[in-house]
Design a protein around this ligand. Structure first.
Ligand SMILES: Nc1nc2c(ncn2[C@@H]2O[C@H](COP(=O)(O)OP(=O)(O)OP(=O)(O)O)[C@@H](O)[C@H]2O)c(=O)[nH]1
Ligand SMILES: [Mg+2]
Length: 389
């Protein structure tokens, strides 16, 4: 449903650059079904953000006209219904950050299509900016490319982003990045009457960070399930999950604005070692073996335990980092951290593992194990309360 009084942000860019993924990250999962190749104009919004996001089919050379025509049609149809707020207020011109040297070519290919929105302010969004060292360089390359194309576009900002966690390997994650800045910049570029207040934007950013942290936890849990499922992996060896946990903590910390420095490293390491004490896999496996009726194959058992540990530690980390970000907790407050871990562990952790093992049934592949873990852990935990800033 479209409501009046919102700004209109049009996303353009070649097919596959990540427009729909970006919208999903900004608005939250619930708004958008599985991302697939967008085949028609779609308009997304939620009640927290003062702008609509207009998703188009990718601007491939042969579809350019189709994309533009669809947007024009939306404008006309809305006007017929008496809507007056169909003016495009801002364009997110999306360019794939992994395409490196061909920025100029990419920009040229889309340029023709944006002619009709000449004068509309533009934010150049460099998607898939996983590589930290390349971010700055890519921004410069885009600047040069724009200059060379004599684009004459009203570019207000060039922002590298990562919309969704990118798993480099099982222990390293490129966390989402730049979405808060993109939200703030966009809000600031909207007409004055539409703009949201600072508190509303900060609230939206907090919800977005929660979503990002959740995505990261799911990704790390998937990695843990995969490690646990490897035959002969000795999960009772306390150190086996540690590098992955530390990688996850670092990435969640970065979502909450932490710099990758010694303080974050110390925090991540000590959380992992505190976790290893509270969540000792060995203890869990021994306890499980004492429960009658738990006769799962070792691989499945290991995968479930590894996934559950990493998932729960991720939740503790996300909560702690959020509290730190909100100024409600100190980074070196070990006592509070220990209490959070204890709470996670005691609130029916073993029961949940048992439930997962029973819920898995015949589907014993890694995907199904992950799904069952997520289902059991997310259905009963009460929502984390309202957002207060
Ligand atoms: N991990 C990760 N994957 C991404 C990111 N952005 C895009 N992708 C992946 O890139 C692919 C294409 O993304 P889409 O969002 O469908 O791209 P699009 O621009 O909407 O493409 P069209 O609808 O064809 O125009 C998908 O497989 C996404 O998962 C990101 O920030 N992180
Ligand atoms: Mg799309």
């Amino acid at each position: 449903m479209e409501t009046a009084g919102k700004g209109n942000v049009l996303l353009i860019g070649q097919s596959g650059v990540g427009k729909t993924t970006l919208i999903r990250a900004i608005l939250g999962d619930d708004q958008i079904e599985a991302v697939e190749k967008t085949d028609a104009l779609r308009i997304y919004e939620n009640d927290r953000i003062p702008f609509r996001l207009i998703d188009t089919i990718g601007f491939e050379p042969k579809h350019d006209r189709r994309a533009v025509a669809a947007i024009q049609k939306w404008s006309r149809d809305s006007a017929k219904k008496g809507r007056t707020d169909t003016k495009i207020d801002l364009i997110w011109f999306c360019v794939d950050g992994t395409s490196g040297r061909i920025f100029e070519q990419t920009i040229r290919s889309v340029l023709k299509s944006v002619k009709m929105w000449k004068g509309v302010p533009i934010v150049m969004v460099i998607t898939k900016s996983y590589s930290v060292p390349e971010r700055e360089n890519n921004s410069k390359l885009i600047q040069n490319a724009l200059f060379k194309c004599k684009a004459g576009l009203d570019v207000r900002e060039i922002l590298p982003v990562v919309a969704e966690v990118y798993r480099l390997d099982e222990n390293a994650f490129a966390p989402p990045f730049g979405l808060d800045r993109l939200t703030e910049v966009t809000n600031a570029l909207l007409p004055e009457g539409i703009r949201a207040g600072e508190t509303a934007i900060q609230r939206q950013i907090l919800l977005m960070k929660r979503g990002m942290a959740q995505g990261l936890i799911v990704s790390a849990t998937g990695a843990a399930v995969a490690v646990g499922a490897i035959p002969f992996v000795n999960l009772a060896d306390a150190a086996i999950l540690t590098p992955m946990e530390i990688g996850m903590f670092n990435a969640i910390g970065m979502i909450y604005g932490m710099k990758k420095n010694d303080q974050l490293k110390t925090f991540a390491t000590s959380l992992a070692s505190m976790g290893a004490v509270t969540f000792a896999a060995k203890k869990i496996l021994t306890a499980l073996s004492a429960i009658p009726g738990i006769g799962a194959a070792a691989g499945v058992l290991n995968a479930v335990v590894a996934g559950s540990i990493v998932f729960s530690l991720g939740e503790v980390a996300a909560f702690a980092f959020e509290q730190i970000w909100l100024g409600k907790m100190d980074m070196d407050d070990r006592e509070r951290l220990a209490a959070l871990l204890e709470e996670k562990f005691s609130s029916g952790f073993m029961q949940k593992i048992t439930e997962i093992l029973q819920g898995i049934g015949d589907q014993k592949d890694k995907e199904s194990i992950l799904k069952t873990i997520l289902k059991v852990f997310t259905k009963k935990d009460p929502p984390k309360g309202d957002v207060s800033i």
